[in-house]
Design a protein around this ligand. Structure first.
Ligand code: ADP
Ligand code: ZN
Length: 728
């Protein structure tokens, strides 16, 4: 056993290129190796694949992986092939020849992992093929599909138990990201797990920055958010197909690379748009909730909820699609009371029973948005998990400087007392009607106009009262009856009613003034950019998504350590031996060229790590700094172009970045000479810059109706900046 554990660690490093196991991965692997049935619950991005793939490489026989979607299988097989692992799939998407060839390879015992759709697996011809094989291990991916209580029930999954009887010696590992108890229990019983172990990871995704803003000028807010992620992938979720189409057109007109995804498009179009997103050909996907399941793209850097998600669970799933690679990703939710009214209207069209469920889900979502503590508290509470720290440092509430809560003891007492007098059998709406002296039928019917609290609450608006009632719920003074929606007092409410405790909260959701915590870049961003382009062309040649070649994190490490040999490359995250020999050379060449040009030396990952723990000083300067300093020393732009063998636009870009870091620029007369513009256009551009400033080009470009290109505007901007800094 110990031997096997050593081997597992070795495989992690040499095949996958990772230094350490993530929490629970090793425990799961050990349990499976002991041939004990195992259930793994891990959030998206938690690292489930390693849990089943490493045992597959340690067992002698064939490992079967059941997966519900062809796109997921394709993705996994592609990634395993890139790692040099023999894997293939059998499903209805294969041509007859390919299918036959795959069967042949299985019979020749050449395969470690076989991916199957459940319906393919349960076909007699597959079962008899497997009967000739040594199958000692089954993996059921997306195992929640087995449960009618899950969100993607697949009836064929229910029949998988037949396998247990067919292959009684084989061990079974089931994996899912669905956290509810009911689904977990369902999985264990359906698969007839006896004496099994469950491993449940934390659902706290620490690398996701969570932010909620009141939706005000939605279009402007969207553009501002997108401006933070140039060239980076992200998803915008909208409620309706129509909204998706409108948003797509709007962003196209703004010059973004964007594609729509919703159930109204043909299957082919959806497939194409998804593929284009995965290959980094399209930057932004605008989608309804139909999008996401079945994509494994690890470098989604932002999620924007333009509309209200259905409930907390789907919100969590959607934001979970960001940052699978463990690097920071931003999730912004634009929250609007108008949207809530619309949803409430739809809810009222449902049956009584559905209304109760839908309303309580909506209230949980509103509670999440209005809560003024750490965003992670209500989110994780929903999954039955406690947040360990008081300040997560990765949500708007935790980063907000001070939160101005006000004393609301008196209105709280009024509300609670009104509830008590009306018998704790009504919902918030009715209580508010009493407090605000409404003359509705219902009030008169119950003679609530005779209560002492009738009409005492005119000082607050209806909306403010609703907000207060949700705060009372959120902070545990009220409980809502799940069946009737009526509110009940808790013991904490009595403390406030009696005057033993005060109650304070914020009265309105305020526009958060938080600034985004800028992620410090400790790597060479211009090397990163050229490696990113190199990766894209290598990926296109091999017809795989860029992340299959190397994840972003590997490129970041390359741009930090400048590795110039295979040995150095092997030290990096995500570089195993096969990947290194398959794809390493062009990257080594590019890094070597770059490092020579700038006289940067290779750094060892091991030693730099300890230095960086003590706050490292970077050895190599970033390129924009080198170029900026040379320019200020008097080197002309033309000379910079030839010295660094780069294009005019790149020099201009480096100089601009250099100036945004607070460095003045030498007054140069050369910029305007680079332009081939008419005097009138130049004049118009200058006026536009005067009006809009130099920080963002978009409004200037638009005001000139495209007469002056972005490239030209960049040059003019630099001219203005250099003039301004020399006159300071
Ligand atoms: P899940 O299937 O749970 O959504 P994956 O198995 O796709 O998650 O893993 C998510 C990401 O985490 C992958 O991109 C993988 O590179 C990375 N990863 C997994 N395990 C490790 C590890 N031990 N060390 C470093 N990175 C890891
Ligand atoms: Zn927080």
């Amino acid at each position: 056993m110990i031997d096997k554990i050593q081997k597992a660690k070795l495989i992690l490093k040499t095949t996958f290129g990772y230094d350490e196991f993530r929490p629970l991965q090793m425990d799961v692997i050990e349990n499976v190796l002991k041939k004990k049935d195992t259930l793994v619950i891990m959030p998206t991005g938690g690292g489930k694949s390693i849990c089943y793939q490493i045992p597959a490489l340690l067992f002698e026989g064939l490992t079967i992986v059941v997966s519900p979607l062809i796109s997921l299988m394709e993705d996994q097989v592609r990634q395993l092939e890139a790692l040099g692992i023999e894997a293939l799939m059998l499903n209805s998407s294969l041509s007859p020849e390919k299918y036959k060839n795959n069967v042949k390879r299985i019979k020749e015992n050449k395969i470690s992992l076989l991916y199957l759709a459940p319906e393919t697996l349960l076909m007699e011809r597959t079962l008899s093929l497997l009967a000739t094989q040594n199958v000692d291990y089954f993996t059921i991916d997306e195992a929640h599909c087995i449960s009618e209580w899950g969100h993607d029930f697949r009836p064929e999954y229910r029949q998988l138990v037949a396998l247990r009887n067919r292959f009684p010696q084989s061990v079974c590992l089931a994996l899912t990201a669905t956290a509810t108890q009911r689904v977990q229990q369902d999985i264990r019983t359906s698969l007839q797990f006896e004496e099994s172990a469950s491993f449940i990871a934390s659902f706290n995704r620490e690398n996701l920055y969570l932010e909620i803003k009141q939706k005000k000028q939605a279009a402007e807010q969207t553009l501002q958010f997108l401006d933070k992620f140039p060239r980076q992938s992200g998803i915008i979720y909208c409620l309706s197909r129509k909204q998706v189409d409108e948003m797509t057109i709007f962003l196209e007109e703004e010059g973004y690379s964007v594609k729509p995804y919703h159930a109204g498009l043909s299957a082919e179009e959806r497939q194409q748009n998804q593929a284009s997103f995965i290959k980094d050909d399209t930057q932004i996907m605008v989608a309804t909730i139909a999008f996401g399941m079945g994509i494994n793209k690890p470098n989604v850097r932002f999620i924007l909820h333009f509309d209200l998600p259905n409930n907390i669970e789907s919100y969590y799933q959607q934001i979970g699609r960001a940052g699978r690679d463990g690097l920071r990703a931003d999730c912004l939710f634009l929250f609007s009371y108008g949207d809530i009214q619309r949803i409430k209207y739809f809810i009222r069209q449902k049956t009584q029973n559905e209304q109760v469920i839908a309303s309580s889900q909506l209230n949980a979502l509103i509670g999440y948005a209005e809560n003024d503590d750490c965003r992670r508290i209500p989110l994780l509470q929903y999954f039955g998990e406690k947040v360990q720290t008081k300040n997560c440092g990765m949500c708007d509430n935790c980063l907000e400087e001070s939160s101005e809560t006000i004393d609301l003891t008196i209105p709280a007492q009024q509300f609670l007392s009104c509830m008590k007098h009306s018998g704790e059998i009504f919902g918030a709406g009715h209580i508010i009607d009493i407090l605000r002296g409404s003359k509705s039928q219902k009030i008169l019917k119950f003679s609530h106009n005779n209560l002492s609290t009738y009409g005492i609450g005119m000082a607050l608006s209806k909306q403010q009262w609703f907000y207060l009632s949700r705060q009372l719920l959120q902070k545990g003074l009220l409980e809502q009856d799940m069946n009737h929606g009526s509110l009940k007092l808790t013991s904490r409410a009595w403390d406030v009613l009696r005057g033993d405790q005060s109650f304070s909260a914020k009265m309105e959701v305020q526009q958060k003034k938080t600034t985004r915590t800028e992620v410090k870049q400790d790597y060479d961003s211009s090397l990163f950019e050229s490696l990113r382009q190199l990766r894209k062309s290598v990926a296109d040649e091999s017809n795989v998504p860029p992340y299959v070649i190397f994840p972003d994190k590997t490129l970041i490490e390359m741009s930090t350590y400048y590795p110039q040999s295979e040995n150095a490359l092997l030290q990096l995250h995500g570089v195993g031996s096969v990947k290194c020999s398959k794809y390493g050379q062009p990257f080594i060449d590019e890094i070597t060229r770059y490092a020579q040009e700038h006289q940067f030396e290779e750094k060892s990952k091991q030693t730099t790590r300890t230095i960086s723990a003590k706050k490292s000083k970077r050895i190599g300067k970033p390129r924009h700094q080198v170029i900026g300093e040379k320019y200020n020393d008097g080197v002309s732009v033309n000379d910079l172009i030839s010295e660094f063998n780069i294009q005019t636009g790149t020099v201009i870009n480096h100089l601009f970045i250099y100036s945004t870091e607070g460095n003045p620029l030498r007054d140069g007369d050369e910029f305007l000479k680079m332009l081939s513009l008419s005097d009138a256009s130049l004049e118009a551009a200058m006026v536009a810059f005067q009006e809009h400033g130099t920080s963002v080009l978009r409004p200037i470009f638009k005001s000139l109706s495209g007469k002056v290109s972005y490239d030209e505007l960049q040059i003019i901007r630099l001219h203005l900046i250099s003039k301004a800094s020399s006159s300071e």
